[in-house]
Design a protein around this ligand. Structure first.
Ligand code: ZN
Length: 637
């Protein structure tokens, strides 16, 4: 399976990763960006290797920034040869090898700062989390370059882990407070064929939540949790995973755990794990997810709270959590081929993930609220996590390299081959090539997605090939037009769990046309989402829209959309790299007419105003200012 973007949307973004973002992030990891928070992440490896003198700096999981950067850099090699980057990757891999201990252990914090604490602070140490990211990077390196040196380094480390940790006598019966190694070990199993890695992943998942939890005996707990938001549920260890019914705790951790559970449920055909995942999926996507695909609504604990608690201004919605949702959704599809998973994947990708990175790729949001009022956000204690503008780097920099590795590997999410059937989940101008039933087929997709829902697909194959092609009918689409070689197809009749199934003998030159008209939709939230009562959000195709001060002036909270607005859309080539804007009629009050009184009797007097919406993920790419996704609307009189 090989997919190469050739469109005006993803191709430039993927190129930006390779040419700008990955070099920029390398500078950030080496503290070469003025005014950015320092990283020290690469220096930590040099110190651990004994090549320079110094002390460890950064978060205990600082190593994972280097690992994610390596993974992103390796993915970017697949698009175009880049000898300079490959040489740099080689140097970093060699450095990792030199920083590795004799027994295979590889973690700079515990090597430099706390050598006697190895495997002793599992609730907060992130040791296996960092190991997991190194493993993912090594697998990507092996795939991209064919080299085995990095894979050998992480195998030596994974072999140490499986010797020392596990359920057998003499082993430490532990797991990590931050999940990640579980899904990484599944990748390592796939890359090496060594089943013991899959067994170790299964051990970590099965062991999680067994009571009494060993975290309670660790210094991190010191007899009890830090507070109620950092109790065992924060780590998804409050109950065995198969007994968990709602998504709890730190959102990124939860996503990485669920992603690994989905891998294992499929690979080991584990029915109880599947049932758990279906339940958790419904809980997250029907009760605990923002319309942007953001998750984790509370800053304290970066975590899930309770059903329908989705505040807009204090939202956390970490970029990594939306990325985690993409990772989980893509794996859920493989358990249960239903379009609802790719619908959520698409929602998270085009909104809550893309909002995390500026158009030039060099500034980032960690937190992705749905409403920002800068003067308030810059002062208020309960909004201190909110940045009103994207920043060049973070002291805790999990998000920037995470988004880089996702976008650099996005071609893997476009389509999949399952049991001889080919599924297209995402739409983008691209060329895809895959082998099915021993035949090689190429599909070229042309589209202006996400601005336009028309997609033309051309088939190329050396000889006719019989197979089922499945195209996702996006959940947002009210209608679907489908034609093969100009002949209309009954899209409703061909629909199977949200995918349009086209089964026939395909010949070179066959042409498929799909049309999912993109109407501007006025979206409402479930009535129990108190924050959005009386408000609407606009969505067009996969994109959720927002109001920005740059287009609408200040005090966006006062703007009311007409009860039945007429929407006008326009593709503005000149605006933020080219976007479709939505215009509508609205109303707002007149502060001058109101006067100075803080309160006065309600008059209902409002003036007409024109309002302009831009896609949410693009907000904050102009001058700083207010933003809101949910807008009030006038009641139907
Ligand atoms: Zn993050």
């Amino acid at each position: 399976m090989k997919v190469v973007f050739q469109d005006a949307f993803w191709a430039p973004r993927v190129r930006l990763m390779a040419e700008e973002v990955i070099p920029h992030q390398w500078k950030a990891l080496n503290d070469q960006i003025p005014d950015a928070e320092p990283s020290h992440a690469v220096e930590n490896f040099r110190i651990a290797a004994g090549e320079v003198r110094g002390t460890f700096h950064g978060m205990v999981f600082q190593d994972s920034d280097v690992a994610k950067w390596l993974e992103a850099a390796c993915y970017s090699l697949q698009y175009a040869p880049n000898p300079e980057l490959e040489r740099l990757i080689d140097e970093v891999v060699d450095l990792l090898g030199r920083a590795q201990r004799e027994d295979g252990y590889l973690n700079t914090y515990y090597t430099i700062a706390a050598p006697d604490r190895r495997w002793k602070d599992m609730s907060y140490s992130h040791e296996l989390y960092c190991a997991g990211h190194l493993i993912e990077a090594a697998v990507a390196h092996h795939e991209a370059t064919g080299k085995t040196n990095f894979l050998s380094i992480v195998r030596k480390y994974a072999d140490l882990i499986r010797r020392e940790i596990g359920p057998n006598p003499g082993q430490k019966r532990i797991y990590d407070g931050h999940e990640e190694i579980e899904l990484a070990l599944v990748k390592l199993y796939r890359a090496t064929g060594d089943e013991s890695y899959l067994q170790l992943a299964k051990y970590f998942v099965d062991e999680r939540g067994r009571q009494p939890c060993f975290f309670l005996d660790e210094p991190g707990f010191a007899g009890g949790p830090k507070d109620r938001w950092f109790d065992l549920d924060y780590f998804q260890t409050h109950a065995p995973v198969r007994e968990q019914r709602t998504a709890e705790g730190h959102a990124v951790r939860a996503m990485y755990l669920y992603a690994a559970m989905a891998d294992l449920a499929r690979m080991t055909d584990d029915g109880s794990l599947k049932e758990t995942l279906f339940r958790l999926w419904d809980n997250v996507t029907q009760k605990r997810m923002y319309i942007t695909g953001g998750i984790g609504s509370q800053e304290h604990g970066e975590r899930f709270t309770v059903d329908y608690d989705l505040p807009n201004d204090t939202a956390y919605a970490e970029t990594c959590a939306a990325i985690g949702l993409v990772l989980w959704a893509s794996r859920m599809f493989r358990l249960d081929p239903d379009a609802k998973y790719a619908d959520v994947l698409e929602r998270a990708l085009y909104n809550g993930v893309l909002s995390g990175i500026s158009l030039d790729g060099k500034r980032y949001f960690y937190v992705n609220p749905l409403e920002v009022h800068p003067p308030t956000a810059l002062f208020r204690h309960d909004l201190r996590h909110v940045k009103t503008e994207r920043v060049p780097w973070f002291g805790c920099a999990c998000c920037p390299p995470n988004i880089a590795r996702l976008i650099a590997s996005l071609n893997r999410y476009v389509c999949t081959v399952e049991n001889g059937n080919v599924y297209y989940h995402l739409y983008a101008g691209c060329r895809s090539e895959w082998e099915v039933n021993g035949r090689s087929v190429r599909l070229t997709m042309e589209t202006d997605y996400p601005w336009d829902g028309r997609i033309a697909v051309t088939v190329e194959c050396a000889e006719p090939v019989s197979l089922n092609l499945y195209f996702r009918r996006p959940g947002w689409a009210d209608e679907a037009g489908v034609a093969v070689n100009g002949e209309p197809v009954d899209a409703r009749g061909a629909l199977l769990k949200g995918y349009i199934r086209l089964a026939r003998e395909w010949r070179s030159g066959d042409r498929i046309e799909l049309n999912f008209p993109m109407r501007v939709k006025k979206m409402a939230a479930h009535p129990l989402v108190r924050e959005n009562a009386g408000k609407v959000a606009l969505q067009r195709g996969p994109l959720v829209y927002c109001l920005e001060e740059a287009d609408n002036g200040a005090n966006l909270a006062d703007i009311r959309l007409s009860a039945e607005p007429q929407f006008q859309t326009e593709f503005r080539r000149d605006l933020m790299g080219g976007i479709v804007v939505i215009r509508a009629d609205g109303y707002r009050s007149d502060p001058e007419a109101w006067g100075d009184a803080l309160y006065g009797e309600y008059s209902g007097r409002l003036g007409k105003t024109a309002v302009t919406f831009v896609p949410y993920a693009w907000w904050g790419n102009r001058e700083p200012g207010e933003m809101t996704v949910w807008a009030r609307q006038l009641e139907l009189g």
